[in-house]
Design a protein around this ligand. Structure first.
Ligand code: BES
Ligand code: ZN
Length: 617
């Protein structure tokens, strides 16, 4: 009931609902999702039954999507999102063929699909197929996988790419349940963001059920040569056979992470939680597909040092999947809360010293992002205005890190105990709902601030954080004695002092050390660093990426082969972007970048190639 009320309230306050004023600028909040053609106030998709065949040779998914709808207005139209889909036919539940209009494509939004329905229509069946260019899909040849023998397919639907493989209402404010039947070549395993079988089906036919309602951006499918290793009765890891042992070792703390998360903010709501390790071209670090996080293999460092990413995706099971940003302007409600939650899980498991290092590193990156964007840039606000733009453009460190520091600021203002109780209640009361920034702020006022003007205006300062640009002066201070050691070593090295090789350093120490080095290093200094610490041969993707950036800047050509290997084997955008940017800074570097990119591009997912195309244009 609560869900329905909220939905209706949202639906009827569509255009510009609000009035909030930031400290600097006026911000009109619109609650309409500018990135979807759906008209949820007229007719809503409630449930989806997918029946798809996976055809590797034609790089095509084909089959049917049956949509159960709630024709709220008893009108004659259902508005759906599609992009690059071929629609073969649409049937209504009375057996008649439906008329429909597939509108001209709009850049990145795709083609609105208007289906002419009847006031009594409850269900429609769309027969369709995807295009080989479908932006959500990446079809990998066997040689692009770890095992090298079988092809692989995976989807990446966030933010607005679900519509490139399913005709659906592709808005984070609209949730539906689903089932699926997927038929793939025998010998391969299909997995979805749903209840999954953990064993291979010899006939290649898999069925799925997702009984909890989710938004379209959490629709996910992967098909490949996959095996499963359980940790306990509710969690485990899927990976290609040659990766499975390494992955199993790396993520062994998963059950503890789930328990820690539940202790913080309430029961895990989705049944199982498994991790799927993808081939290296996966464009993100991780993606919080419900019940089945998709993860890059670049976090398998061999020493469990990069598992914060798993804590992050797990945390999305609350912040994001349970309580969902209603539009992409509210993206910080997903990511800022998740980074905060991730930090709390990591602190619980690995201690304050560990997490303080991560937080100090993150602050440094955030300050760099703000400096690069400019302090007055509207994109440095938490509440974004992405209308008329690709939502991908708004997905910077701001939502993640400014969001996290805002929440840390509130935590400090009211104390952990009160804040944790508030957050737990927030997740419980908004479970399976989508929420706008404005609603969060009202909830914050009513349940935490409770009219305490002093608390609000001198400490929490929510308007300043959410609607103001740049970083407020009330930015919480975090200090790490461990990282100071790394800083001191970097300073000594820069000053030409003899330095001792540090003992027991973690990834965080090394990354910070590298970041604290002077921008310009002499060839002798580069050689010295590499000889001492073997950075060029590092198997830790975070350290290697940081090092390679320094190598590019200082024209340290001994790392060229390593750089080229990295750029042609890894498709994770977070690594590609800084490396190609560093290369593009000089004419000769740009030439090198273009040459490497020509080889690497066919192996990247569209999300990454889209970004790098722009960068090297
Ligand atoms: N949901 C995001 C990934 C995403 C964001 C995909 C926006 C598409 C659009 C995921 O949870 C995420 O944040 N991944 C990060 C890792 C994290 C530890 C910061 C990544 O991929 O780097
Ligand atoms: Zn995230």
């Amino acid at each position: 009931m609560r869900f329905l009320n909220l939905l209706l309230a949202t639906a009827f306050c569509l255009s510009s609902c609000s009035r909030r004023t930031g400290d600097k600028d006026d911000t009109t909040m619109s609650t309409k999702d500018a990135h979807s053609f759906a008209r949820p106030e007229e007719a809503l998709v409630r449930h989806l039954d997918l029946n798809l065949k996976v055809d590797f040779s034609n790089q095509e998914l084909s089959g049917t999507a049956t949509l159960q709808i709630d024709n709220l207005s008893k009108g004659s139209q259902l508005h759906l999102d599609t992009r690059d889909l071929r629609i073969d036919s649409i049937l209504l539940d009375d057996g008649s063929t439906a008329k429909y209009d597939l509108m001209p494509a709009v850049p990145y939004l795709g083609s609105e699909l208007v289906v002419y329905i009847k006031p009594t229509t409850k269900k429609i069946t769309i027969a369709y197929r995807t295009s080989p260019q479908a932006a959500a899909l990446q079809w990998l040849k066997p040689e692009q996988t770890a095992g090298g023998k079988q092809p692989f397919l995976f989807t990446q639907s966030q933010a607005i790419l679900a519509r490139t493989w399913i005709p659906i209402q592709d808005s984070p404010g609209i949730r539906f349940t689903y089932t699926a039947r997927v038929s793939c070549p025998a010998g391969l395993m299909a997995l979805m963001s749903a209840e999954n079988d953990t064993v291979l089906h010899p006939d290649g036919v898999y069925t799925f059920k997702m009984p909890q309602a989710i938004p379209a951006y959490l629709m996910a499918l992967a098909v490949g040569d996959l095996r499963f290793h359980p940790y306990d009765e509710r969690s485990g890891v899927f990976a290609e056979p040659v990766t499975l042992d390494k992955a199993t070792y790396e993520f062994a703390d998963l059950p503890k992470m789930i328990t820690a998360a539940e202790e913080l903010y309430g029961p895990y709501a989705w049944g199982r939680y498994d991790v799927l390790v993808l081939p290296p071209s996966f464009p993100f670090g991780g993606m919080e597909n419900p019940r089945l996080t998709f993860a890059t293999p670049t976090i398998i460092a061999g020493d469990r040092s990069l598992v914060a990413l798993i804590a992050h995706e797990l945390a999305h099971s609350w912040s994001g999947n349970l309580v969902t940003n209603a539009t992409w302007n509210d993206f910080w409600l997903n990511e800022g809360f998740t980074v905060y939650f991730e930090a709390r899980i990591m602190e619980k498991l690995y201690g304050k010293e560990y997490e303080d290092m991560a937080t100090v590193l993150a602050e440094g990156e955030l300050r760099k992002t703000v400096a690069a964007l400019g302090e007055d840039n509207p994109d440095t606000r938490l509440y974004l205005n992405l209308e008329g733009r690709d939502p991908d453009d708004g997905m910077s460190d701001i939502a993640y890190e400014k969001g996290r520091f805002f929440l840390l600021n509130i935590e400090r203002a009211v104390g952990r105990e009160r804040w944790d109780a508030f957050l737990k209640q927030y997740f419980a009361e908004h479970a399976f709902q989508s929420i706008h920034t404005e609603q969060f702020l009202t909830y914050l006022e009513e349940n935490l601030i409770q009219g305490d003007g002093k608390l609000r205006n001198t400490k929490i300062r929510d308007n300043k954080w959410v609607f103001g640009t740049g970083l407020p002066d009330s930015f919480p201070k975090v200090h790490s004695a461990e990282l100071e050691k790394a800083q001191a070593l970097a300073a000594d090295f820069a000053a030409g002092k003899t330095i001792q090789n540090p003992q027991g350093w973690t990834t965080h120490h090394w990354v910070y050390f590298l970041r604290q080095l002077p921008a310009q290093l002499s060839p002798a200094q580069m050689e010295d660093l590499d000889r001492r610490f073997q950075f060029t041969g590092s198997g830790n993707s975070e350290i290697l990426c940081q090092w390679l950036e320094i190598c590019i800047r200082n024209q340290y050509t001994k790392a060229d082969a390593s750089l080229e290997r990295f750029l042609t084997s890894v498709g994770r955008r977070k690594f590609l972007k800084p490396l190609y940017t560093a290369l593009a800074a000089t004419p000769s570097g740009k030439e090198k970048a273009r040459a490497i990119y020509a080889k690497a591009r066919p192996g990247y997912h569209s999300v990454s190639s889209g970004t790098i195309d722009e960068l090297l244009r």
